[in-house]
Design a protein. Structure first.
Length: 136
C-alpha cells in the first residue's frame, strides 16, 4: 500500500516538475489535487504520522517559505507543493527535503539559469523527495 502512495506522490511531483520546467506555471488543479491526495492519505492511514509531527512539518515549511513568497522568490505553486509534501512527511524527513531542495535548486540555478532571474523550483523538490525516500 505504501508503494502506491509514494508512487502517486512521485507521479504528481514529476508532472508538476514538467509543467514548471516547460511553462514556469503549475495548474491549480494539479497542486490542489496533490494537497487533496495528501489529506486523503492522512485520513485513511491515520497511524502513519502523528498529528503533532504534521503540525511541526507544515509549520516549519510555511515559516521557511512564506517569506520567500512575500518577497517574490517562490511562486504560489511552490508553496502549495511544499505544503502537500509537508502534510505527508514527518519533520525529520521534511528538514532533509527542504535542505536538499534548496541545495539542488542553488546548484542547477548557477549552472543553467544564472542569466535568468527566475528558475523552476519544483524539480528541486522532486529531486529532494527522491533523495529522502532513498535515505529512508
Amino acid at each position: 500500500m505504501d508503494f502506491y502512495i509514494y508512487f502517486s506522490f512521485f507521479s504528481l511531483l514529476f508532472v508538476s516538475s514538467l509543467f514548471d520546467l516547460k511553462n514556469q506555471r503549475v495548474p491549480n488543479l494539479l497542486s490542489v489535487g496533490f494537497i487533496i491526495a495528501a489529506l486523503l492519505w492522512l485520513v485513511f492511514k491515520p497511524g502513519s504520522i502523528t498529528f503533532l509531527s504534521v503540525i511541526y512539518s507544515v509549520g516549519m515549511t510555511l515559516l521557511l517559505t512564506l517569506p520567500g513568497y512575500c518577497k517574490g522568490v517562490f511562486g504560489a505553486a511552490d508553496i502549495k507543493i511544499l505544503f502537500a509534501v509537508a502534510l505527508v512527511t514527518p519533520i525529520e524527513s521534511m528538514i532533509i527535503i527542504l535542505l536538499a531542495s534548496f541545495i539542488i535548486f542553488s546548484l542547477y540555478w548557477v549552472v543553467c539559469y544564472r542569466p535568468i532571474k527566475q528558475a523552476p523550483f519544483i524539480p528541486a523538490v522532486l529531486g529532494a523527495f527522491i533523495l529522502s525516500m532513498w535515505i529512508r
